[in-house]
Ligand binder design. Structure first.
Ligand code: AMP
Length: 182
């Protein structure tokens, strides 16, 4: 672990924006450049850990970039990690939650026995946009018997309204950085 100075990276400056990916008009907020920076990664994980509220039983990370921050955060908080995956990836018996995308739909899955009844789960992903993905993960986890009342993101795009949707569903939302627009 480095000293305090190493943990004060300018996170926003370390996130690269790639215009028109994966399609025209999308400003893709690319956290691979943040991950490459040791101080950036350490600062991100430490700040996320500082936002975690109260005792939690496990972290749930959303595939795929939520796994990266979720695993590091779980290690930092000395709890386990639940993988919320895209359809068809998990080998055991799964629970599934379908959710709407701008065009079409997608599904999230988790192992049916990943969570003990009533466990308090902290949801983590790299980025919150419309909130559709995170809300589906909350429903999935609650359907599995979890208590889910907090979520953490590296990036929030507040103009897309995801945080309000999660709060309406009884889930607190915090993020490390915000970008205006979509
Ligand atoms: P949403 O369901 O609209 O909140 O979208 C969130 C999910 O899509 C997250 O898992 C993000 O990784 C990804 N995502 C959405 N918009 C962007 C963006 N502008 N840049 C990078 N990732 C994005």
């Amino acid at each position: 672990m480095g000293g305090g100075a190493e943990r004060n990276a300018d996170l926003k400056a370390l996130i690269r924006t790639i215009p028109d990916f994966p399609k025209p008009g999308i400003q893709f907020r690319d956290i691979t450049t943040l991950l490459l920076d040791p101080a950036g990664l350490a600062t991100s994980v430490e700040r996320l850990a500082g936002m975690a509220d109260g005792p939690i039983d496990a972290i749930a990370g959303i595939e795929a970039r939520g796994f990266v921050f979720g695993a590091a955060l779980a290690r930092e908080l000395s709890v386990g990690l639940v993988l919320v995956r895209k359809r068809g990836k998990l080998p055991g018996k799964t629970l599934t939650e379908d959710y709407a995308l701008e065009y079409g739909s997608d599904s999230l899955e988790m192992h049916h026995d990943a969570i003990p009844q009533g466990a308090r789960i902290l949801l983590v992903d790299d980025l919150l946009a419309t909130g559709g993905t995170a809300l589906a993960a909350v429903k999935l986890l609650r359907g599995a018997g979890a208590e889910v009342d907090q979520s953490l993101f590296v990036i929030d795009l507040p103009d897309l309204g995801g945080a309000s949707k999660l709060r309406e569903a009884g889930v607190s939302v915090e993020s490390l950085v915000e970008f205006e627009g979509d």
